[in-house]
Write a protein that binds this ligand. Structure first.
Ligand SMILES: Cc1cc2nc3c(=O)[nH]c(=O)nc-3n(C[C@H](O)[C@H](O)[C@H](O)COP(=O)(O)OP(=O)(O)OC[C@H]3O[C@@H](n4cnc5c(N)ncnc54)[C@H](O)[C@@H]3O)c2cc1C
Length: 438
């Protein structure tokens, strides 16, 4: 058994596999969490093998530069709460243009900008909704966020959209008050002009990744961990599973023997919601926006959304949808396109909407290796999030944004979870006489 020698059915990978497969750490999933885990394992001087089911790295962080000729982040775009993780710092050090996101939002109502009093009423409604949810969670009540909302007046629909689907990727009746209250996210964000996906891909450059290798099962019954993949079988000492929870919940990656009831409940309860971008080029700045401004439209009885305008100072705009609307539009690119055109026509007029040349809509709930956008605990399940950070048999470790208690739903959380899992795995495999790892 050894790195390549410990595999059946694989050729030489050029992976950072060690001389003995038993010593190796196999990392499953090359999203932000898996990339961070592989970098950390390598930095601690241990061999690793990084397996990725799809034909690209990055998972839910990916920058497309071909469709529009400018960077379009199809997944994560905001570098949330840069104080708590190293990604902005890494980006600056590598020469990426990392800059602070505008901290004020814009408000439009049927083609006109909101008045000062409308801005104030909207922001007050958001603030009151967030405070009520946080207070309930802070008092250890884990109930649907929708149950604790005060009367929010005429801005209720738009404020609920901002706090629920556009922040948590779920309607508020599927958002746990406790999970919400534990979020460490701050109102400070950065952007990466070249794309957040480009930054994460850059951080994977030194790594060796085996693409197009879908892991179907991880078997813990023997002395070695046996990893079955679409390309053959691997044996290793420890495994880090850094795939989204739905992949495990749906049995697309099976763990043998079956996980205990707590882990199964955690995987089911910390589920991914729906959130998508419907991106397009819109010339001549019809909304009169500064670069990277986030625009809310009064939701009324309509299906709500927001607009991220003039991304990176370009003509690229993106309609942002979450929750039920995202779930519904993900079924049909044509419906997503019609939805975006309708919003622009309503707010700016049909002649402006006709200037939209090309539209690209994401559909993350339909991506077979993601099955959703980002996690938010279902009501009653928030206490299970930490279960996913606990090792199993000191040989199986979970990583991924869904395993991070404070920065869930973010790339920063995914990254930190990968570093944590790497430390756990390396520590577990260290000879018992080794000095403790810092
Ligand atoms: C539209 C959208 C907007 C978002 N906006 C933001 C934002 O602005 N800021 C922010 O911080 N976060 C945002 N997020 C969330 C962020 O993208 C995720 O939290 C983060 O990228 C998750 O990283 P991860 O490594 O945990 O999982 P993933 O990125 O999902 O990585 C998991 C990897 O595992 C692979 N995989 C799955 N199954 C298998 C298998 N069986 N075998 C081998 N490999 C497998 C997948 O292909 C994937 O590459 C957004 C997400 C979406 C979808």
């Amino acid at each position: 058994m050894a790195g390549a020698a410990a595999t059946e059915g694989f050729g030489a990978w050029g992976s950072r596999a060690g001389p003995s497969g038993h010593e190796d750490i196999v990392i499953i999933g090359a999203g932000a969490a898996g990339i961070a885990a592989a970098r950390s394992v390598a930095a601690m001087g241990r061999p690793y093998t990084l397996l990725e089911a799809s034909s690209r790295i990055g998972g839910r962080t990916v920058t497309d530069t071909r469709t529009f000729g400018v960077p379009f982040d199809m997944g994560a775009h905001w570098i949330h709460t840069p104080r708590l993780h190293p990604l902005s710092r890494f980006g600056k050090k590598a020469g990426f243009d990392i800059y602070r996101a505008p901290d004020e939002l814009r408000l439009f109502i049927n083609g006109r900008e909101g008045s000062n009093s409308e801005y104030k009423a909207f922001e007050d409604a958001i603030d009151r909704a967030e405070r009520a949810i946080t207070a309930a969670g802070g008092a250890a009540r884990d109930v649907p966020a929708s149950d604790v909302l005060p009367k929010l007046g005429p801005w209720a629909g738009t404020a609920e959209l901002a706090v629920g689907p556009l922040s948590c990727a779920k309607e508020l009746n599927h958002v746990s008050t406790l999970d919400f209250s534990r979020s460490e996210e701050e109102d400070v964000d950065d952007f990466c002009r070249q794309g957040f996906g480009a930054l994460i891909a850059h951080l994977a450059v030194p790594l060796s990744v085996q693409l197009d290798t879908q892991v179907t099962s991880v078997d813990l019954r023997g002395r070695n961990v046996v990893v079955e993949t679409s390309g053959g079988t691997l044996r290793c000492g420890a495994v880090i599973i850094a795939v989204p929870p739905g992949i495990l919940a749906e049995g697309r990656l099976r763990i043998v023997p079956e996980l205990d009831a707590r882990h199964r409940a955690a995987i089911a309860g910390i589920s991914l919601g729906a959130y998508d971008h419907i991106a397009f080029l819109l010339p001549a700045n019809p909304f009169d926006l500064k670069a990277d401004e986030l625009v809310f439209f009064r939701a009324g009885g309509r299906r709500g959304c927001a607009l991220l305008g003039r991304i990176g100072g370009t003509d690229l705009h993106s309609i942002e949808v979450g929750g039920d609307v995202a779930e519904e539009l993900a079924h049909s690119p044509a419906d997503a396109e019609a939805f975006a055109r309708e919003v622009i026509a309503r707010e700016c007029g049909r002649s402006v909407a006709r200037r939209i040349a090309k539209i690209r809509a994401t559909a993350w709930t339909r991506e077979p290796f993601s099955l959703g956008a980002f996690s938010c605990a279902e009501p009653g399940a928030a206490h299970l999030r930490h279960v996913l950070a606990e090792p199993i048999d000191d040989r199986l470790f979970f990583a991924g944004e869904h395993t991070h208690e404070g920065l869930w739903g973010t790339v920063g959380g995914a990254w930190l979870s990968g570093e944590r899992a790497a430390k756990q795995a390396v520590r577990a495999m260290a000879p018992k006489s080794s000095p403790p790892l810092v």
